[in-house]
Design a protein around this ligand. Structure first.
Ligand code: ITT
Length: 192
């Protein structure tokens, strides 16, 4: 079997965990951690797609390896799509998930419409060409955090058709419907 080597340009260990679980055996994914890099990649673009492309390009230019990057945002309807591309630093530069959730719940305190979606764009640079893959999962924002699984905004997001938050679902359950695995499955189909 020919192995497909790809660098995953992320410093988020939870993303690596999720992605490694959905990959078929012919993929050999190395995270920045795996190759001893712990650098923070800048994220200054105005769109999720722009950030994903920037992150993949940044690592490609440095290491000249086939690489992909994931940028994800939570878009909340009654906040006009915010925090969106600014999801990581919603409550400040420390990128603290508890602070981000607290700010979000405060902003939504009196809002009836709690519809939201996670959007992931994965940018892949393969043999010097760039490709993008998008995954979206619709849902609602809860009034309180629930569950210890997952990361980021997972404890306040209930995917459509479910009664539990991503924080209460197992990794396998989240991966069976998530924004990230939808985008990743498109990448896998494309390469395979
Ligand atoms: P990298 O840029 O290094 O990949 P990051 O954590 O900065 O890691 P993003 O910019 O894509 O990743 O994430 C934006 C925010 O959305 C950040 O606060 C994450 O914790 C959160 N997030 C991303 N994916 C998520 C998911 O599947 N479930 C819940 N929250 C998520």
């Amino acid at each position: 079997m020919t192995k497909i080597d790809l660098l995953f340009a992320t410093s988020n260990k939870n993303k690596v965990l999720e992605i490694k679980k959905v990959l078929p055996k012919e993929f050999n994914i190395k995270s920045l951690d795996d190759i001893g890099l712990c650098e923070e990649i800048p994220e200054n673009e105005n769109t999720i797609e722009g950030n994903a492309i920037f992150k993949a390009n940044y690592m490609y230019k440095k290491y000249n390896l086939n690489v992909f990057a994931d940028d994800t945002g939570l878009e909340v309807d009654s906040l006009n799509g915010k925090p969106g591309v600014h999801s990581a630093r919603y409550a400040g530069i420390s990128k603290n998930s508890t602070d981000n959730i607290n700010k979000l719940l405060k902003k939504l305190k009196n809002k009836k419409n709690r519809k939201a979606r996670f959007k992931t764009v994965i940018a892949l640079i393969l043999n010097s060409k760039i490709y993008t893959f998008e995954g979206v999962v619709e849902g609602i924002i809860t009034k309180k955090s629930k569950g210890e699984n997952g990361f980021g905004y997972d404890p306040v997001f209930i995917p459509r058709g479910y009664t539990k938050t991503f924080g209460e679902l197992s990794l396998e359950e989240k991966n069976s419907i998530s924004h990230r695995s939808l985008a990743m499955n498109k990448l896998i189909d494309f390469i395979s």
